[in-house]
Design a protein around this ligand. Structure first.
Ligand SMILES: C[S@@+](CC[C@H](N)C(=O)[O-])C[C@H]1O[C@@H](n2cnc3c(N)ncnc32)[C@H](O)[C@@H]1O
Length: 215
């Protein structure tokens, strides 16, 4: 889902860094063969994520919501040789597809998959991350945000996807998922000691980073 007109988004994609051949074939396969392919981050976010990863010299990423592994692969491609991603999902079928495509990329070895519900997987992870990407079940978005804000490295940041939810977030009480995203957005807004920006890119991307100590 994108809030930007198609022709504008296409122009932006065509003038941004391009995705790899493996990532393109994974995206095409997902779109033609896998249920729910509109969940993919797509090419617009892909170039934006790569830009942020390079800008911040990110080395360690935690992703919630692997799906068919497109966003994991995009981020792995942007990492340095010794970079790593842990990605979490509950769906063994889509994770199998992801692994098949990661194996075709030299960057696939940077990705470690955990097949467990997000909260359970996170309870076993004690490390810090340079980037936490939240893109799994919307009902746990606030929990994921809180966990992420406590597991960021000094320069770390959080990206939460679908935070405009096709514009539905403007209204309370539409449905449970929308209310969960609204709660996440409010909590993110209120996070003390962090700088935040909610951008209307695609379906809404929330960026959250520690405010530098000297500010
Ligand atoms: C929006 S998709 C992720 C898309 C992926 N980041 C991409 O752009 O390529 C959301 C994923 O969250 C997973 N999911 C749903 N509930 C979950 C839970 N409780 N714990 C972990 N993953 C969950 C779904 O199986 C689905 O694959």
């Amino acid at each position: 889902m994108s809030l930007t007109p198609n022709n504008i988004e296409e122009y932006c994609i065509n003038h941004s860094s391009q995705i790899s051949e493996v990532a393109r074939s994974l995206m095409n396969f997902t779109r033609s063969e896998v249920h729910g392919s509109r969940m993919l981050i797509g090419e617009m976010e892909a170039s934006f994520f790569k830009f942020l990863i390079h800008l911040r010299r990110v080395k360690k990423i935690l992703e919630l919501g692997t799906y068919t592994g497109f966003s994991s692969l995009i981020m792995a491609e942007a990492l340095p040789r010794d970079g790593e991603i842990i990605t979490i999902d509950i769906n063994p079928h889509t994770t199998e597809i992801a692994k098949k495509y990661w194996a075709q990329s030299p960057h696939g070895k940077k990705i470690k998959s955990i097949l467990k519900p997000g909260p359970e997987a996170l309870s076993e992870i004690k490390e810090e991350f340079d980037l936490v990407f939240i893109d799994a079940d919307k009902n746990n978005y606030s929990y994921y945000l809180e966990w992420a804000s406590n597991h960021l490295s000094e320069n770390g940041f959080i990206i939460t996807d679908n935070t405009l939810w096709s514009g539905k977030v403007l209204q309370a009480g539409v449905d449970k998922q929308t209310d969960s995203i609204r709660e996440h957005n409010q909590k993110a807004f209120e996070l003390a000691g962090f700088t935040k920006t909610l951008l209307p890119i695609r379906d809404g991307i929330f960026l959250i980073t520690r405010t530098p100590k000297e500010n």
